[in-house]
Write a protein that binds this ligand. Structure first.
Ligand code: SF4
Length: 1004
């Protein structure tokens, strides 16, 4: 059986036409044996070239080598002109390469064409391009190019047609489509001239449309109101076609731009519709590509912190010290808070990170000394921040030792270095995902290619050059997805030429989308193109390109009998509704047999010609048929909500569990019952804790908002430490400084030295300032100098009062008394319901009289008295201020019952009467009277798992949520947006009655 060889215009065409022929012969003509082979023009050129040239040891020209030769030519350019200032610009390189390639198509060749354009001048664009062509052509002749193979093959066919016939056989079908002239145009021409050839042109201008009943076309038009509705409309039509018996492999979706493609593919994947076609991703978008691209970008930006963060957060970066993925987000926070701008060669950043780690460790040891009681942070958060800063310092120091980008070196050495970085910091052996492995292999192969460049030049190259070349290589697309013939083809419009489908969908038909905007070529204007090529055989103008695209569009439509076109009225960034593309309107006219349809009729939602797609938001309330799982789910719940048993049956399906949970959460929110979705956690099932160890701030946290306590203390979610943007010393730092100074001052305090107190205070302050500046401060030293002066003045003013406060307490002075740790036996409390509680913390000062009969417990505060006004009536302030009662209790455990104990907050920076709060001293007994029931309520609430969110009173002052408790809450983003409504709805439920009485003084 003699073979029939069909030369098809593209890979798509070869595949889909072969399928169409097979189906036609098998199903329509009853089957039988046939010998039809499809090939592409590139393969034809290779076959002829191999036949006439035999084996050649000439290396092949690659994209990389060609651009390297152009780069070298531009680097050596001496002719003055506009290109001189753009030598290092990648788009200039690419434009020059394309222009020389286009000019090479002319019969006279590129050099002669450029001589003409230069018009005898010795400077300017065309003399420069002429010099580049000459510099490029000589080294390029050592390589075998696509163009030279195609030219040689075309010449061989023209010279000896019988030899070509012998190669391809007597039956050759040359299937040609409209396309821009390229290296193969002459070969197509030569093949068409062969006696054995049957030339067939697929051209909408010349092909008559088959309107037999089997081939009658049906065209539909759709408009959508959002970018998300366009793929939805597409999916609905694909599902409808599939229901009508069209297989997925017989459908094609064509898009105008690559960005469009990713959206469509994502939507089809989400709807579990198998699809195939060219990749929409570049290598730089794969995990390994990101690793390399962002790493090099970071080095090119002198290790700027933002580039470092971009690398560690976007790419899988491994810490070689333990093989784990780096803590990118924590590192970003600690490096911002350490005021690091870049991790460069000097060691400032190391010092800043070390100080920051010290500062965080220091804070972790002083949780209850936090000056801003509204925002207490679990010490673990500070410890984690300190660890993150230390890890980051080690990581960057080790990485920096591997980086030396100031030296030029051969390409091979750069590649070796990059590969070693990938091995150690990307850990290829840990890549288990198939697609990631394929990406890694491609990236490695692209890098490896660079070694060949050492054959072209003996010069070493700098980092900048290496970086730019790698970034260019990573812009290559990854391979397409498989499944041709069984999956929906998703491809650019040009892929539709010479193919055969049953249904075809064309997306993006808004004005400006298809056809897209055309740009003029800055190196070769349309006028010059026509001057060099008056007949327009070889050089295309903008108008030619538009015509060609229109033909592609018509051919894509012509490859199926069912056509669907989509116009999205809401283009991104557009304020008004977008009009349909003129080609969309043309097709409406053709389909409707009208000569004129006003655009406003097409814009009308009730248009006779265009189907307006129902937006997703209306799907539950309209009678529109659902097509995806998600749409079905939504519609089912909406329609079956009226019948409870019907709905229960629907939600019993495990596939509907997310909807079930969502519904339960909503139902729970709407009810007045305090249920599991409102913070009523069943701790019993996990073993309710009978023995708790808590600090004053944790207990106060529960009293303020139980949900906040739950997230921080039960779930152990770290509070967010926001980057410090302020130039001033934070209130937290001020608090720590003041506490450290007073701690040192009182450590050395002797009542008999009272006259020398001011000098001792100053010495203590200077010692602490010096230590802080050296080991912890990460801000700007001049600002710290100002803060120092201000703090010292305030402390000196405090000192004037201190003997008055300390009067009568002339015995033992105990600063910084810890309790509740492994080293002591203090803080045990028996709770009325039988459980025990261990209190934990540190008392700032206990001062005892020389007779030991009375003692004063003091807690220093460096903030204002503003939020402490409530303690005048209730020393616990409804459970939100518990330090004094707790510290008084511990003092009793230390000093015994013989000593009369009183307690007060000492506001260091307040003056006169306001310095001590409560205004009238509170005795141990008075404090305990209030404290005991408060403690029981809190501990019972925790044990019972009652953690409702309580936003507190309205407070619209300043930024943040408009409720007092939420103002400084780190978990606001994780909290319900209707938190106040929910609290009002739940607060009267029985499990919360004790807490409600405590927090708001009421219970129902
Ligand atoms: S945002 Fe408000 S209600 Fe929510 S946890 Fe924080 S303090 Fe409580």
């Amino acid at each position: 059986m003699t073979r029939i060889l069909v030369v098809a215009p593209s890979l798509y065409s070869a595949f889909y036409l072969r399928r169409a022929v097979t189906e036609n012969l098998c199903s329509d003509d009853g089957g039988g044996l046939f010998n039809v082979e499809f090939t592409r023009i590139e393969e034809v050129a290779d076959t002829i070239f191999d036949a006439v040239s035999g084996q050649t040891d000439q290396p092949s020209m690659t994209r990389l080598i060609a651009s390297e030769l152009i780069h070298n030519a531009i680097a050596e350019l001496v002719t003055p002109g506009p290109l001189s200032n753009h030598r290092n610009n990648d788009s200039t390189l690419e434009a020059v390469q394309n222009t020389l390639r286009e000019l090479e198509l002319l019969d006279v060749g590129a050099e002669t064409a450029l001589v003409r354009l230069a018009r005898g001048s010795r400077q300017g664009l065309y003399p420069q391009l002429l010099e580049l062509q000459r510099r490029y052509a000589a080294p390029a002749s050592n390589y075998l190019t696509r163009e030279s193979k195609a030219a040689l093959a075309a010449a061989a066919v023209a010279k000896d047609p019988s030899a070509a016939t012998a190669i391809f056989g007597p039956h050759l079908i040359v299937l040609r489509t409209p396309s821009a002239p390229d290296a193969y145009t002459r070969l197509w021409d030569a093949l068409e001239q062969l006696d054995a050839a049957i030339p067939a042109r697929i051209d909408p201008e010349t092909t008559s449309v088959d309107q037999s009943p089997d081939h009658r076309t049906e065209t539909n038009f759709y408009s959508t109101l959002s970018a998300a509705d366009e793929p939805r409309a597409l999916i609905r039509n694909i599902v409808a076609d599939a229901r009508a018996g069209v297989r997925l492999g017989e459908m094609a979706v064509f898009y105008p731009t690559v960005d469009y493609a990713s959206r469509v593919k994502d939507a089809l994947d989400a709807a579990k519709i198998k699809n195939c076609g060219p990749s929409t991703k570049t290598l730089a978008e794969t995990p390994s590509g990101k690793f390399v691209a962002l790493f090099l970008t970071m080095l090119a930006n002198d290790m700027r912190r933002d580039a470092f963060t971009s690398w560690t957060t976007s790419a899988p970066v491994i810490d070689p010290s333990d093989g784990s993925r780096v803590s990118a987000v924590e590192w970003e926070i600690v490096s911002r808070n350490s005021n690091i701008v870049r991790f460069d060669a000097d060691t400032d950043w190391q010092r800043s990170l070390r100080r920051y780690a010290n500062r965080m460790s220091n804070r972790a040891q002083r949780p209850d000394n936090d000056t801003d009681d509204e925002k207490s942070v679990d010490p673990e958060t500070f410890r984690n921040a300190a660890n993150a800063a230390t890890q980051l310092r080690w990581f960057v120091a080790e990485l920096a030792s591997r980086i030396d980008i100031d030296q030029s070196r051969p390409w091979t050495e750069w590649v070796d270095w990059m590969e070693a970085i990938i091995t150690d910091y990307h850990s290829p052996q840990k890549v288990s995902d198939d697609s990631e492995r394929i990406g890694l292999t491609r990236v490695a192969a692209e890098l490896s290619q660079l070694r060949e460049l050492d054959q072209i030049t003996n010069d070493d190259v700098g980092f900048d050059r290496f970086n730019r070349t790698v970034q260019r290589l990573l812009r290559a697309r990854t391979g397409g997805s498989s499944g041709w013939g069984s999956a929906v083809l998703v491809a650019p419009l040009s892929a539709g030429i010479g193919t055969a489908f049953k249904s075809v969908h064309v997306l993006g038909m808004s004005e400006g989308g298809l056809p897209g905007p055309s740009r003029s070529d800055p190196l070769l204007s349309d006028d010059l193109r026509r001057e060099l090529d008056p007949d327009g055989h070889w050089l295309t103008t903008r108008r030619d390109k538009l015509e060609l695209q229109h033909r592609e569009f018509n051919l894509a439509l012509g490859c199926a009998t069912t056509r669907r076109m989509y116009w999205n009225k809401a283009l991104l960034g557009a304020t008004n509704e977008s009009y349909p593309s003129p080609w969309f309107v043309d097709e409406v006219l053709k389909t409707s047999n009208e000569t004129n349809v006003p655009v406003k009729d097409l814009m009308d939602p009730g248009s006779d010609w265009v189907d307006s797609v129902t937006p997703l938001s209306d799907i539950g309330t309209t009678g529109v048929e659902a097509f995806s799982d998600y749409e079905f789910g939504l519609q089912n719940v909406a329609t079956r909500s009226n019948d409870e048993s019907d709905l229960r049956e629907l939600l019993a399906d495990p596939g509907n569990r997310p909807i079930l949970l969502g519904r339960r959460t909503l139902a729970s929110s709407n009810s007045s019952v305090f249920g599991p979705y409102d913070g009523n956690v069943d701790l019993d099932s996990n073993g309710s804790p009978t023995s708790l160890r808590l600090s004053a701030s944790a207990l106060q946290g529960y009293a303020t908002c139980p949900y906040r306590y739950f997230i921080a203390n039960e779930l152990h979610v770290d509070a967010r430490i926001d980057p410090d943007e302020s130039l001033e010393l934070s209130s937290l730092d001020k608090g720590i400084l003041v506490h450290s100074i007073l701690e040192r001052f009182f450590e050395e305090f002797r009542p008999e030295d009272a006259d020398d107190g001011l000098r001792r205070l100053r010495d203590a302050a200077h010692g602490v300032f010096e230590h802080f500046l050296r080991d912890e401060y990460v801000g700007y030293p001049p600002i710290f100098e100002l803060e120092k002066v201000r703090l010292l003045n305030q402390l000196e003013e405090w000192h004037r009062d201190y003997m008055k406060v300390m009067s009568g307490y002339d015995g033992t002075v105990m600063p910084e008394v810890p309790f509740g740790y492994e080293t002591d036996d203090l803080g045990h409390v028996q709770i009325a319901d039988g459980g025990t509680l261990r209190l934990r913390g540190k008392i700032d000062l206990i001062a005892v009289s020389s007779a030991g009969d009375h003692a004063q417990v003091l807690d220093f505060k460096s903030g204002s008295t503003g939020s402490y006004s409530d303690i005048e009536q209730d020393v616990t302030a409804s459970g939100t201020k518990l330090q004094l009662p707790i510290y008084a209790l511990i003092a009793r455990q230390i000093l015994g019952t013989e000593t009369e104990i009183s307690a007060a907050y000492w506001f260091v920076f307040e003056r006169g009467n306001k310095r001590l709060r409560p205004e009238h001293k509170v005795t141990m007994e008075q404090a305990q009277e209030k404290f005991t029931p408060v403690l029981e309520t809190i501990v019972r609430g925790i044990r019972a798992g009652n953690f409702p969110a309580r936003p507190g009173n309205r407070d619209s002052w300043g930024d943040g949520p408009p409720w007092k408790n939420c103002k400084y809450c780190d978990y606001s983003d994780a909290c319900h947006s209707d938190r106040l409504i929910l609290w009002d709805r739940k607060k009267s439920s029985p499990p919360l009655s004790r807490y409600l009485t405590l927090a708001e003084g009421e219970a129902e």
